[in-house]
Design a binder for this molecule. Structure first.
Ligand SMILES: Cc1cc2nc3c(=O)[nH]c(=O)nc-3n(C[C@H](O)[C@H](O)[C@H](O)COP(=O)(O)OP(=O)(O)OC[C@H]3O[C@@H](n4cnc5c(N)ncnc54)[C@H](O)[C@@H]3O)c2cc1C
Length: 406
């Protein structure tokens, strides 16, 4: 049976959808918020939302348009991809932005839609669609990062519940999350087949989080400890021992959503493009071009890479008619996106010279010290969601069909 995302609306109905979207946005998007997207993601501390932000989040959540292609029966928008593009175009015109995000939207929701029971979907998907519940990811452990299947956190079968003991680490937003989707070990005699996918309440007795300070000075993630945490059996997603398959699927969703940061939408400090920043810091020649010819060429190359990447992402999304969701190709997108993001940050630091290396003090503006932190933060892009080397392994094995000689 065709899903909403597969059915493309005919041109006439698309016009009427455009009119509907425009009217709804005019009635619901507070103009005071134009072009001021909350940078609220699961990697950042939730701030206090203003009254307008709260109203906009509620309106989008109730309408389901924060997750436009998710099925309407679980609180999604039920829109086709073409309708979604029209909605995005209309939002862009007035500077409106999507206030519904985080790991629930990026990775857990799409995975639960595929593998969850009806009861699980009805319990969790509407709350994600409305932006009411924050999720965190309990995958990495001190001894299991790239080799994730070595994970040891145990969930022992106690009849009507699992008893969970162990530790996760690098849990982004763990200190602010309501719930955690975790990979746990339910069988020590098998490696991959001994892993299960479990949903854990972060306020359950026995869950403890300790924020970790990053090189950028922020503490967006935590060590998370689980001591005799009781988790109801109905919180198991899929079959016991099938967690590795579900967990890998979630990683594909994660990688495809993480790749978007490399596109031309990426801006430098104070919302400036790389070119604008270079004009400010390096000045222009008598023809109005960025003065340094070598730098100018590298900025052009970066802009071309960035735009080509953004267009490729968009084309890949449109060409994917089958609604099978992301594939191993998300590893390519993640790696290219990471490289473009890091190139941009490096260019920014080079353009700003000494001003791009400030940490604090009167010699630097607030925007400049923020840029230094953005540059340092960029180091994480090729690590989280699986490092670039691990993506290369996925590309070699699953796309190029190269044999694993280990
Ligand atoms: C900002 C940030 C947020 C994160 N958020 C989360 C989160 O919310 N939840 C979560 O569970 N995890 C999270 N992580 C953890 C992340 O997934 C891991 O850091 C990552 O998978 C790498 O694991 P590791 O740190 O243990 O490094 P290791 O696995 O120890 O790797 C060290 C180095 O060895 C290389 N390497 C390892 N194995 C191979 C191999 N087989 N072939 C080639 N090279 C290899 C790696 O590429 C890397 O360069 C986050 C990480 C960061 C930086």
């Amino acid at each position: 049976m065709a899903t909403a995302a597969e059915i493309e609306a005919p041109a006439g109905s698309l016009d009427s959808f455009r009119a509907e979207a425009r009217d709804w946005l005019a009635a619901n998007f507070p103009p005071s918020l134009a072009n001021q997207a909350m940078t609220l993601s699961s990697l950042e501390a939730p701030g206090d939302a203003s009254a307008d932000e709260a109203a906009w989040t509620k309106a989008m959540g109730d309408k389901g348009w924060g997750v436009p292609t998710w099925p309407a029966q679980y609180g999604g928008g039920g829109l086709s991809r073409t309708q979604t593009r029209v909605l995005q175009e209309e939002m862009q015109k007035i500077g409106a932005w999507n206030p519904i995000g985080g790991m629930g939207v990026m990775m857990f929701g799409p995975t639960l839609l595929e593998y969850g029971t009806e009861a699980q979907k009805h319990e969790h998907i509407p709350n994600i669609a409305k932006g009411l519940v924050r999720w965190c990811q309990g995958y990495s452990e001190p001894g299991a990062g790239s080799d994730l299947a070595s994970l040891q956190m145990a969930a022992e079968d106690k009849g009507d519940h699992y008893l969970v003991n162990g530790q996760k680490t690098w849990t982004s937003g763990g200190q602010w999350a309501d719930k955690c989707f975790a990979l746990v070990r339910t069988d020590r005699t098998k490696k991959h087949e001994g892993i299960s996918f479990l949903l854990i309440d972060m306020d359950a007795p026995g869950v403890e989080v300790k924020p970790i300070r990053m090189i950028s000075g922020a503490s967006p993630f935590c060590e998370t400890f689980f001591t005799n945490v009781k988790v109801p059996k109905e919180n198991l997603v899929g079959v016991e021992g099938q967690g590795w398959t579900i967990g890998k699927r979630l990683l594909q969703h994660e990688r495809s959503s993480l790749s978007g940061g490399g596109g031309s939408a990426g801006r430098m400090m104070a919302g400036k493009t790389v070119s604008a920043l270079a004009r400010d810091y390096r000045g222009t020649d008598d023809q109005g071009r960025i003065a340094d010819a070598d730098l100018r060429m590298r900025i052009v190359r970066h802009e071309m890479d960035s735009r080509a990447f953004m267009l490729t992402l968009r084309r890949a999304a449109l060409e994917s008619k089958s609604n099978q969701g992301p594939s191993a190709a998300s590893s390519i997108m993640k790696n290219v996106g990471a490289r473009v993001t890091q190139d941009r940050a490096e260019l920014g630091i080079e353009i700003m010279g000494m001003n791009g290396l400030g940490w604090e003090g009167e010699g630097f503006t607030e925007d400049e010290t923020a840029q230094t932190r953005t540059w340092l933060w960029g180091k994480a892009v090729s690590i989280y969601g699986g490092s670039s080397e691990i993506q290369n392994n996925v590309i070699a094995k699953q796309i190029l069909g190269m044999l694993d000689h280990q």
